[in-house]
Design a protein. Structure first.
Length: 299
């Protein structure tokens, strides 16, 4: 005879309901924010990525789907008002049960774009106009594995200050005879980075990300490319100190559909084969294979 612990069953159901509520809240906010963006005084930056990861540079047997997304929604009363407040959501949700792949960070921020009037004579300096200085106050909610997170004393608040830049070359109104490129970089000081006290006495250091893709236009939105991802931190956490590099192929079927919503125009399907190098000795995977979809707007 199989005995069922009704208390544990209720607890699991309750946690599942709580996680679903948070996901539905994220979707609701996403829809509302983009409806409000029609008002010129509001702006939204979005990045959504969902894909299959062979190792995720984490585990050789990872083989799971992960969804990651970022949403910032802010208010800017006029063009001369350069410091804008905003709310922010960072979401990650995966098939695995680990809390670090299943959580939602949310909070408020303040953003400043000091170089919007910068006029570059050189194409490789065009990205300067997109530099954003920002600060954020964040809280963290767990979507899975809250017991382990609590046992590890994972911090559920963070303060960050830094800079962020996103730029793309030859992807809008593209010239098919020229290379295209896109770059994202973020450098910030983080008070906790939601670290766990079991493995870290404190965090209070920098985290830096740099991503670069360079490729060619083939036909019908087909774009092969070389990819580089650099992650570096003052903390000795191995997952924050590595380089991924390799090749990829993306399809952007709606790039030229001007009657489509901007978010769909930036819809991408991609596949990547990557090697992984680590700053320091580690038994972590040395490669990754991934494929999925991605949306970006205003990032």
């Amino acid at each position: 005879m199989v005995l069922i612990d009704k208390g544990n069953l209720y607890s699991c159901r309750q946690k599942g309901c709580d996680a679903m509520k948070r996901i539905l809240m994220f979707i609701f906010c996403f829809i509302v924010f983009f409806q409000l963006q029609a008002n010129a005084e509001f702006w939204a930056d979005t990045w959504i990525n969902a894909g299959y990861y062979e190792t995720n540079a984490e585990n050789p047997n990872f083989r799971s789907v992960i969804e990651r997304s970022e949403l910032r929604f802010g208010y800017q009363p006029g063009e001369d008002f350069t410091a804008t407040p905003y709310i922010v959501l960072y979401n990650v949700y995966g098939q695995d049960a680990n809390y670090w792949n299943n959580n939602l960070a949310y909070g408020v921020g303040l953003r400043l774009k000091p170089f919007t009037s910068f006029d570059s004579k050189y194409i490789f300096l065009d990205w300067i106009t997109g530099v954003k200085l920002y600060s954020e106050i964040l809280a963290l909610a767990f979507l899975k594995d809250q017991e382990t997170a609590t046992a590890n004393k994972v911090k559920t608040n963070d303060f960050r200050i830094g800079l962020d830049v996103w730029h793309e070359w030859n992807l809008q109104n593209a010239d098919p005879d020229l290379f295209w490129a896109e770059m994202w970089s973020n450098l910030s000081y983080r008070n906790t980075n939601f670290y766990d006290e079991i493995n870290f006495n404190k965090f209070q250091t920098y985290v830096g990300y740099f991503q670069l893709k360079v490729g060619r236009h083939i036909f019908n939105g087909l774009k092969p490319y070389a990819a580089l991802y650099v992650n570096k931190s003052g903390a000795d956490a191995v997952w924050l100190n590595n380089i991924l590099y390799g090749i990829g192929l993306r399809i952007e079927p709606y790039t030229d559909k001007k009657d489509f919503p901007p978010l769909l125009q930036k819809f991408k399907m991609f596949v990547e084969i990557l090697s992984v190098s680590w700053f320091g000795e580690t038994e972590r995977p040395k490669s990754d294979f991934r494929f999925g979809i991605e949306f970006t707007q205003g990032r």
